[in-house]
Design a protein around this ligand. Structure first.
Ligand code: CA
Length: 231
């Protein structure tokens, strides 16, 4: 997740950049509108944080640019006396604003909620198709046509782990790692075999000659029916 932070107050910019970094965001800091324009043109950005008053321009014009470019999510960082103009910013398509000084936690929750709205949060990737089966990662459910395939949390995670690497052979160790936080340490090789068998049954795989989850003897398993991720 890359955040473009445009803020001419260096203390705020440095603090925010550090804090967002520790939260796992990659931050591009620009102190001027000119640098922000260049970053918007050249960099991959997932979300913009724009200060309104910049030495050589305003957050408003940057918002217009960001929305033109690819409808990027925009949150304004405003001073108390900007509040009147915030309405204007929201009219221009900004997604949210936060008034300085703010708590980091508050900003993080706004960022997450805006990213979720745009479907940009990595865990909320959308849908993954495996043949006629669809994994809806937003709702953590699996369907065939209009019918939902009821999976346990563990079966779902197992399928998601396989689907994250379509066509690739995953070792039993890799699969166990993928379900570790749900299954815990006590799941061994034999249990994994049982889980795979149940998952195959539920997905309607051919139990004699599985074509959706293929067994790769001595190594592990492979999701074969052309798993494909969609935005
Ligand atoms: Ca400023």
């Amino acid at each position: 997740m890359r955040i473009l932070l445009v803020e001419d107050d260096r203390a705020i910019a440095a603090g925010l950049s550090y804090s967002l970094g520790t939260e796992g965001y990659e931050v591009i800091v620009c102190p001027t509108a000119a640098e922000a324009r260049r970053a918007l043109a050249e960099e991959t950005v997932d979300l913009c944080l724009f200060d309104l008053g910049l030495p050589d321009g305003s957050g408003f014009e940057l918002c217009r640019l960001a929305k033109q470019r690819e409808d990027l999510p925009v949150i304004f960082l405003t001073a108390l006396d900007d509040e009147g103009s915030v309405v204007m910013g929201l009219d221009m398509g900004a997604d949210d604003y936060i008034t300085k000084p703010f708590r980091l936690r508050e900003l993080l929750s706004r960022i997450k909620s805006v990213l979720r709205r745009y479907g940009r949060a990595e865990a909320l990737r959308g849908t993954i198709e495996i043949g006629d089966i669809t994994i809806h990662t937003l709702e953590a459910k699996v369907t065939r046509g209009r019918e939902e395939i009821p999976l346990t949390a563990l079966e779902y995670r197992l399928l998601l782990t396989l689907a994250a690497h379509p066509g690739q052979v995953l070792t039993r160790g890799q699969l166990l790692e993928g379900i570790w936080d749900i299954a815990g340490n006590f799941v061994g090789d034999n249990t994994l075999t049982v889980y795979i068998k149940r998952l195959r049954e539920k997905l309607g795989d051919d139990m004699q000659n599985p074509t959706i989850i293929r067994t790769v003897r001595g190594i592990g398993y492979q999701l074969t029916a052309g798993g494909r991720a969609h935005g």
